[in-house]
Design a protein around this ligand. Structure first.
Ligand code: FA5
Length: 354
């Protein structure tokens, strides 16, 4: 009886093995393989466990024999399932690789056009950094200015011939009595700054200025200047020259040729003009430097006592220097721009180069 049962169990296990092999072969996806695994090895309802329940009837010896046959079968089927699982996974990965690939060498589509700084702004910011490192503060001033701050406070009374040095846009001031102009220079901030901050003072004022004049390669009607002002005790021309050297070296990153000429401005005494060797033609002569090889870049001098007084500063105790650089001309020299009018043209073909 026992022998029959033994044979019967072996046959059943053999059938189970055969049907598992066929079923596993047919399976095409991982989910179904998981179901099959449960179907064979599930604790309660698994085919193998259900079959082994019959072993309870057997004696110790038979249990051992059939049990080890069943274990062998279990590990055999498990290996088949594991191999199948590995095969299905690699098929799945290969499918993904063939459908979800990305060509990293392809162009990324339309490139966003980015804005960038105007060359005037680039140089202005560089100069601001240089002067800040020398202890100067950066200030601002009005472009629409009273005749007083633009001229009178700077020792240029009405009818003074020096007014003709800077052709002026006068503004009809219908709202009030004050005479208004578009500021002709950033020097309009000199007296304002001394009144506001007192002395000692070190400050620069970058900004737009306006001149009613004919344009050419180095003259525009709206351009940028940078005013500098340093007032304290015992400030001299030596301080001015030292500061200008540091600023020019910082902007051009090399020694540039400069020359100082006596120059007349009613708000300084003595007054000078500084030229630099033209970097467009390297001093040979071109339309920017009007064929002389030198380009005027700034006016400067020791602040006139009348201007100090207008700023509320005692000229007996304090002295100071002031300068007004043609910032736009420095931009031209730095980038080799051969006509100042490009800078305000709004021409993108020009601006894109910076
Ligand atoms: C003045 O404007 C004085 N305020 C400068 C000054 C300040 C003198 C403080 C003394 C003390 P001037 O008109 O020369 O000066 O102009 C100064 C600089 O601006 C010139 O050296 C030149 O580089 C530049 N500049 C003058 N006119 C034009 C213009 N039409 N277009 C472009 N740059 C100009």
């Amino acid at each position: 009886m026992v022998i029959f049962f033994n044979i019967y169990m072996r046959e059943k296990l053999e059938k189970l093995r055969a049907s598992a092999v066929v079923e596993i072969q047919k399976i095409k996806d991982l989910k179904k393989l998981d179901d099959l695994e449960l179907n064979y090895f599930g604790r309660k309802e698994g085919k193998l466990n259900l079959m082994l329940k019959g072993l309870k009837e057997l004696g110790q010896e038979e249990k051992k024999v059939i049990g080890s046959v069943a274990n062998e079968l279990k590990s055999e089927i498990q290996i088949l399932i594991d191999n199948k699982r590995a095969d299905l996974r690699s098929i799945e990965i290969n499918e993904k690789l063939s459908t979800e690939w990305l060509d990293v060498t392809l162009p990324t589509g339309f490139e966003e056009k980015r804005g960038h700084l105007h060359p005037n702004t680039i140089i202005e910011r560089e100069l601001e950094q240089i002067f800040k490192s020398l202890g100067f503060m950066v200030a601002d001033g009005p472009e629409l200015e009273s005749d007083y701050y633009n001229f009178e406070a700077l020792n240029i009374p009405p009818d003074h011939p020096a007014r003709d040095m800077q052709d002026t846009f006068y503004i009809d001031n219908k709202a009030g009595k004050e005479k208004l102009v578009m500021r002709t220079h950033t020097s309009n901030v000199q007296v304002r700054a001394m009144q506001k901050y007192g002395v000692p003072i070190r400050l620069i004022v970058p900004g737009r200025v306006f001149r009613y004049e004919a344009t050419d390669a180095s003259h525009d009607i709206a351009f940028r200047q940078l005013e500098g002002l340093m007032v304290g005790e015992n400030i001299s021309i030596a301080n001015l020259i030292a500061v200008m050297k540091v600023a020019l070296k910082g902007i051009f990153q090399k020694e540039v040729r400069v020359r100082l000429r006596p120059g007349y401005f009613p708000f300084v005494e003595p007054g000078f003009e500084m030229d630099m060797g033209c970097l467009i033609c390297n001093g040979v002569g071109c339309s920017v430097c009007k064929q002389v090889g030198w380009l005027e870049i700034l006016g400067c001098g020791l602040i006139h006592p009348n201007v100090l007084k207008a700023g509320g500063v005692d000229p007996k105790k304090y002295s100071g220097f002031a300068f007004g650089v043609g910032l736009t001309r420095l931009v031209m020299m730095r980038y080799g721009i051969e006509d100042i009018r490009y800078l305000n043209s709004g021409d993108l073909r020009f601006l894109k180069q910076f």
